[in-house]
Design a protein around this ligand. Structure first.
Ligand code: ADP
Ligand code: MN
Length: 177
């Protein structure tokens, strides 16, 4: 695995289908570890790192190159939790751990409905979860021992995941070069 020797704290990617709890989990993990929570969706909106609005998918068309340029320095420093529903365009070397959150379909359906998702946007995301699109994407993009799928159906799952990841962060050591 290619690792950046300058990092003194790890970088974690939290990914998964929309609604699986990435932002909730990342915020709680940031609080318990003092790592920096970076929501890519917010960053894209705040810094206009997009190529307009996709009417069909009802989301910004993210400009992946601009996002990666924007984050390069901060990722080199380490100590980041990156929160995004995609994972294949970030440089592999950025992350020490890639967490894929997974939620039972019926639970996810209710969460996304509550969020106001309907029609194609709702069914696309449910299919994304059924076919484990993000887990496959993560496995194709990062070393196998870096990727972990974690269940996120209940509040107890979030608490357990945050505890497990906090322990991992505390025991993380940079690989000697
Ligand atoms: P994401 O960032 O992956 O889209 P959020 O963290 O915004 O997901 O969560 C979406 C909604 O679902 C929020 O209302 C959140 O409180 C709820 N939620 C997320 N994960 C869980 C969970 N494991 N148990 C209970 N509720 C959850
Ligand atoms: Mn989110």
């Amino acid at each position: 695995m290619v690792q950046d020797s300058k990092r003194t704290r790890p970088n974690i990617l939290v990914t998964g289908t929309p609604g699986t709890g990435k932002t909730t989990t990342s915020a709680a993990l940031a609080e318990s570890t003092q790592l920096r929570h970076i929501s890519i969706g917010d960053l894209v909106r705040e810094k206009n790192l997009h190529d307009g609005w996709d009417d069909e998918l009802e989301c910004h068309i993210i400009n992946e190159d601009l996002v990666c340029d924007e984050l390069e320095d901060v990722m080199e420093q380490g100590g980041n939790i990156v929160d995004y529903h995609g994972c294949d365009f970030f440089p592999e070397r950025w992350f020490d751990r890639v967490v894929v959150l997974q939620t039972d379909n019926s639970v996810l359906y209710d969460r996304l409905s509550k969020r106001g998702y309907t029609g194609a946007k709702l069914t696309n995301n449910i299919e994304c979860e059924i076919f484990q699109v993000l887990l496959e994407e993560a496995k194709e993009s990062y070393p196998e021992n870096t990727v972990a799928a974690l269940k996120s159906d209940t509040i107890e799952d979030i608490t357990r995941n945050v505890t497990t990841l906090t322990d991992w962060v505390r025991s993380w050591q940079p690989t000697p070069q």
